[in-house]
Design a protein around this ligand. Sequence first.
Ligand SMILES: NC(=O)c1ccc[n+]([C@@H]2O[C@H](COP(=O)([O-])OP(=O)(O)OC[C@H]3O[C@@H](n4cnc5c(N)ncnc54)[C@H](O)[C@@H]3O)[C@@H](O)[C@H]2O)c1
Length: 266
Amino acid sequence: MTLTTDYHSGKAYVVTGGCSGIGLAILHYLLARSAIVHILDISSTPPQVPSHLPQKNLHFYPNTDVTSGSIVRNVFTQIRTITTTIHGLINNAGIAYQPVVTGLESDELFDRVMDVNVRGVWNVGNAYLSHILSREADEQPNPAAAIEGRGVIVNLCSIASFHGNLGYVSYTVSKHAVLGMTRAWATNFAAQGVRVNGVAPGGTDTPLLQGIMAKTDIQEQYESQVPLGKRCARPEEIADAVGFLLGKESSYMTGQVITVDGGRYV
Ligand SMILES: NC(=O)c1ccc[n+]([C@@H]2O[C@H](COP(=O)([O-])OP(=O)(O)OC[C@H]3O[C@@H](n4cnc5c(N)ncnc54)[C@H](O)[C@@H]3O)[C@@H](O)[C@H]2O)c1
């Protein structure tokens, strides 16, 4: 398959959690293709961008907590003063935690994980869908737009969207919910020309993973069970799958989730 490298050029995307790990790799992927990228992150420090990439195409909204619907809506208002058409959204921001392998996960942990991983996706997805629907009201029926699509969403799911991962009850519940949101949005907004898909990474070498596995031998055990290379994914390998779902090569796909786990869960 040949990827069209200039498809994203000049198109605008919103990426949540783009300061680290997979979100940062998605930012680099899009900037390398001359896209305009709006990064929403709870971090106050801008994402690091190599000097060969077009820095001017990056717009950063620091201290943006996706759990707050009003903060997210305000940021979308700011984005629309710069970018009238937002071509795509990547719902990537998420949290995990040290595994709880004996005993119960606390109510506080459950609430925080659901807030970021589910409410956050809900908030940003609804702000984006609202942008699409308001554009639709302004547009005349246009068969070309229906083919091209009015918008595209890629949600970061997980292998925990399909499996009951040991030590991660709240996280597993949250990622099953993101899978459900992916399918429900795909079903409900296909008629408006919006495609909604997901990428489900297996263990991926990011600060999130390093944070939760640093004090355990879980990573070594996990990697020994990965058929492709006995290793975790590189963030760029997840970004490639996200790029495919954003692009025209996936124009007839919606409501689907691509697992990128080195064959761990075949
Ligand atoms: N790393 C893995 O092994 C793995 C596996 C499967 C799925 N995922 C998913 O991929 C996504 C990215 O994970 P990662 O490993 O790159 O994590 P990461 O911790 O490296 O990066 C997450 C980013 O999200 C931001 N963020 C966290 N909470 C936020 C909030 N409330 N509002 C706005 N931004 C917030 C962080 O500041 C950070 O920039 C997550 O949804 C995660 O669940 C990761």
